[in-house]
Design a protein around this ligand. Structure first.
Ligand SMILES: [Zn+2]
Length: 236
């Protein structure tokens, strides 16, 4: 079983790096199955989200920006080594519980969904996923954790998930699937309205906000976060 841990697709996010260090120190038996790659080394050095374009929107086959060239390089590594699983590890400043992000609920991902103790799964059913890593690789899953929640307990729990994946074991937890078909446009909410949204909780507007935070208005994008119109539960 071969697993790729991809850290710092966004250079200022260190979940991957911390998880890999935790594995080497506390779970060395997992290290044989795991390879760690820094997604965006230049942005990591400069502690910035990206240099020229958001790497996780740069899997588009072009080679114009530093990140587009980096995306091609990462896909080459993935194609050469036939990984069973790619964990794309992100941290966020948005206040929300840890979640998984997938481009669809397909069989290649079921084995990790079964193994993983996280129950919230965001299904991005929107064109935005196409140029992200999870859109480009069927065996990739993104994990998003609030930066203050990256504790030794959380890292141990992710190690236990990886361990179960290797052994093909299950947690028997139900998953809540939040289906995102739209982005939350900046123009549609004022900053104070956006401030009242609670991630993963159905708002009075009828949708579940996801990855909406106090920095959303400052982001380089024209959207505040994701908008899930429905949530349903599955047993994997
Ligand atoms: Zn990120």
């Amino acid at each position: 079983v071969k697993i790729l841990l991809l850290g710092s697709q966004h250079g200022n996010e260190l979940l991957g790096e911390k998880l890999y260090a935790h594995i080497l120190k506390h779970q060395p038996e997992l290290a044989d199955h795991v390879q760690y790659v820094v997604g965006n080394p230049e942005a990591r050095r400069q502690r910035k989200r990206f240099i020229e374009s958001d790497l996780n929107r740069s899997y588009n086959g072009r080679e114009t920006t530093y990140e587009e060239r980096r995306a091609t390089y990462i896909l080459d590594i993935i194609h050469e080594q036939s990984f069973d699983l790619i964990l794309d590890l992100h941290t966020t400043t948005c206040v929300q519980p840890p979640c998984l992000i997938v481009p669809s609920i397909h069989p290649e991902l079921a084995r990790f969904l079964r193994a993983c103790s996280l129950t919230r799964v965001v299904h991005i059913n929107h064109a935005i996923a196409k140029t992200s890593l999870i859109g480009a690789c069927p065996q990739a899953i993104a994990i998003e954790v609030n930066k203050n929640d990256v504790s030794p307990q959380l890292l141990s729990s992710l190690c236990a998930d990886i361990h179960r994946f290797i052994k093909q074991e299950a947690t028997h937890t139900k998953k809540q699937i939040y289906e995102v078909t739209e982005l939350l446009a900046k123009g549609s909410f004022t900053e104070s309205q956006a401030g009242q949204l609670v991630n993963f909780t159905r708002s009075s507007h009828g949708f579940y906000p996801i990855l909406v935070g106090e920095n959303s208005y400052k982001k380089h994008t024209d959207y505040l976060g994701f908008k899930a119109d429905k949530m349903y539960e599955i047993e994997v």
